[in-house]
Design a protein around this ligand. Structure first.
Ligand SMILES: [Zn+2]
Length: 177
């Protein structure tokens, strides 16, 4: 079974593994779990876990929830505080503030334009018009916040997730060959 798993599936198995021995026996994913431990990136796995927690929360587009409800939803993301902390440490090394980290994380979880909700066009009498949404200029997405500092944080997140995926891939190859 594990031979046919994609890297993405291995990552998913690994980040959901709650008990090493049980999971390893049941799914043969010990290699993946070892890869997790050996990963160069401490942030890659929690980021992927956070993404899956968010997707699992059954969200809810912006505009459908009040800010208060939104805050409650965020509170349910168990991995959010540790990701925010770890990312904050790296950001501080670059002289980037914790506010930037928080804003980028929110954007990363929910990049959909808060005005057109991803429709890309303005509404006219309740129907989609031919005019591009002014807020997102027709992209359907919010702009990454905080310019260059925001970009640096996002690049780092992407790098960490890539590093985690790579180490899972490499390690499972070594074990199966
Ligand atoms: Zn828009």
């Amino acid at each position: 079974m594990t031979d046919t798993m994609t890297t993405e599936e291995r990552c998913t198995t690994a980040i959901h593994a709650s008990n090493l021995r049980v999971e390893a026996d049941r799914t043969g994913s010990a290699d993946v779990i070892i890869a997790m431990g050996m990963s160069r990136s401490r942030l890659g796995a929690p980021l992927l876990r956070l993404r899956s927690e968010w997707d699992g929360a059954g969200l809810l587009q912006p505009g459908q929830v009040t800010p208060h409800e939104f805050a409650l939803l965020l509170g349910r993301l168990k991995t959010l505080p540790s990701v925010r902390y770890e990312l904050g440490l790296q950001a501080a090394r670059w002289g980037i503030s914790a506010d930037v980290v928080a804003a980028v994380l929110l954007w990363w979880l929910m990049p959909v334009c808060q005005v057109c909700h991803g429709r890309k066009y303005e509404l006219e009498h309740g129907a989609t018009s031919h005019r591009h949404c002014k807020h997102c200029k027709g992209t359907g997405q919010e702009t990454l916040p905080h310019g260059e500092a925001g970009r640096k944080i996002e690049d780092h997140m992407t790098y960490c997730m890539g590093a985690f995926r790579d180490s899972v891939k490499k390690l499972s190859k070594n074990i199966h060959n």
